[in-house]
Design a protein around this ligand. Structure first.
Ligand SMILES: [Zn+2]
Ligand SMILES: [Zn+2]
Length: 423
């Protein structure tokens, strides 16, 4: 009996080490290809729901790796299924593929010079959110895990999602549509992992958040309806510009005076449009804004508070209003137990000092839709190479370094192997 236990102690760590070595060897075999794909995707960015060439490349690479492939999921989405030799849980991994209508301004030799139609106009397009990194990391991870299929104790589902940045107006898309089209069924994943570039963090580090990592996004449209008149005869008007000014200031008191200050939220009016001439008091003013929250109960609460202020202020001035409050992606909830379970993997792969707990961001991510359904970890990948400069996400000079691709593949593939081993 003792002998068996001692033998187990010797064999188990040896088995683990051998498996990690095999994984490292597979990563070494595929890393150049993954970086090459990153450069190709970066140089050929495509807008949301128009990821035709990217999807083609993804599907053909997955097939080359011997992975079962479904295409045209939620327009241009691609799903790959890799069954291990042994039975076990199902792990989903997600990457997003779309780029942004932004003119790139970086020193990368594979800089984008592409243009595409956006809202009826030709505009420059760039991967200014790092989705080229996410896609190539997941392709590299697929190649690595396909090499390891004889040792995989379960199934891996690779989700390549379109339109994370939002579908063009009048179209559906993104994570919500992927789920509607059954990406979380047949087989149903037990957990899902995803990553996002973090341009402020150096390559070699990752950041994880315990609990909500990204905020819920809500859109707000307000129309203030007054009465038009000559600019010199305000007594004949109900001036919606004055009413709107008061509304904008009053909305800020929701955050500062009405809500618990320890609970984070953002209310921003980003657009205000009214009037055509200096000497005409217009009949209407349009306001558009965004509301960000982490606590799901706060979304409805803020909606009611906005409407209460609007109602009170407009009626005090004899004006009227219309308001629409749209619920976008929910807050992205990282599963705390799962995160605790997988932190040792990050620490082993990158070194303890390089797996860092970071605060949440007020940006939003539609990965939250998957995290609503199954336990999830969405971690941030450091993409800043020391000595280079990068703007923030969605900036013209956002610059993610090629060297971050390997860190992404190493962390992703080790997360999968360790999770399937029950570690
Ligand atoms: Zn983005
Ligand atoms: Zn993004």
């Amino acid at each position: 009996m003792y002998r068996i236990i001692i033998l187990l102690f010797i064999v188990l760590p040896y088995g683990l080490k051998a498996q990690h070595k095999k994984l490292d060897a597979a990563i070494a075999r595929h890393i150049d290809e993954a970086v090459e794909m990153r450069e190709t995707i970066h140089a050929n960015p495509e807008l949301s729901n128009r990821e035709f060439e990217t999807a083609k490349m993804v599907a053909s690479y997955l097939k080359k790796c011997g992975i079962e492939v479904q295409t045209q999921v939620a327009h241009t989405g691609v799903v790959g299924i890799l069954k291990g030799k042994k039975d076990g849980p199902v792990v989903a991994l997600r990457a997003d593929m779309d780029a942004l209508p932004i003119k790139e301004d970086t020193d990368l030799p594979f800089i984008s010079t592409k243009k595409a139609k956006y809202n009826g106009k030709m505009v420059p397009v760039a991967h200014a959110c790092g989705h080229d990194i996410h896609t190539s990391v997941l392709l590299g991870t697929a190649a690595v895990l396909a090499d390891m299929r004889n040792e995989l104790k379960g199934t891996v589902k690779f989700i390549f999602q379109p339109a994370e940045e939002g579908a063009p107006s009048g179209e559906n898309g993104g994570a919500k549509m992927m789920i509607q089209e059954g990406v979380l069924e047949h087989p149903k994943p037990d957990v899902i992992f995803g990553l996002h570039t973090l341009p402020e963090m150096e390559v070699g580090k990752i950041g994880y958040v315990m609990g909500p990592g990204f905020a819920a996004v809500n859109s707000l449209n307000i129309k203030i309806k007054g009465l038009q008149a000559h600019g010199a005869r305000p007594h004949q008007s109900v001036d919606p510009i004055v009413v709107a000014s008061e509304v904008v200031l009053a909305l800020q008191t929701i955050r500062s005076r009405q809500l618990n200050p320890t609970e984070a939220s953002v209310i921003t009016i980003g657009m205000i449009h009214g009037g055509v001439r200096r000497n005409i008091i217009p009949g209407e003013v349009d306001l558009k804004g965004t509301v960000r929250t982490y606590n799901p109960d706060l979304r409805k609460d803020i909606e009611h508070r906005i409407e209460r202020l609007l109602k009170g202020i407009t009626s005090a001035y004899g004006a009227d209003y219309e308001m629409k409050f749209y619920y976008g992606s929910p807050a992205l909830q990282n599963d705390i137990e799962l995160t605790k379970q997988m932190i040792p993997t990050f620490e082993r792969v990158l070194g303890e000092e390089n797996a860092i707990e970071i605060p949440p961001t007020t940006a939003s991510e539609d990965f939250a839709r998957y995290a609503e359904k199954i336990p999830a970890i969405f971690y941030r990948l450091g993409t800043l190479k020391p000595g280079t400069v990068s703007g923030g996400l969605h900036a013209t000079n956002f610059r993610a370094d090629n060297s971050s691709v390997e860190v992404g593949i190493r962390t992703m593939s080790n997360l999968v192997m360790d999770y399937l081993e029950g570690r």
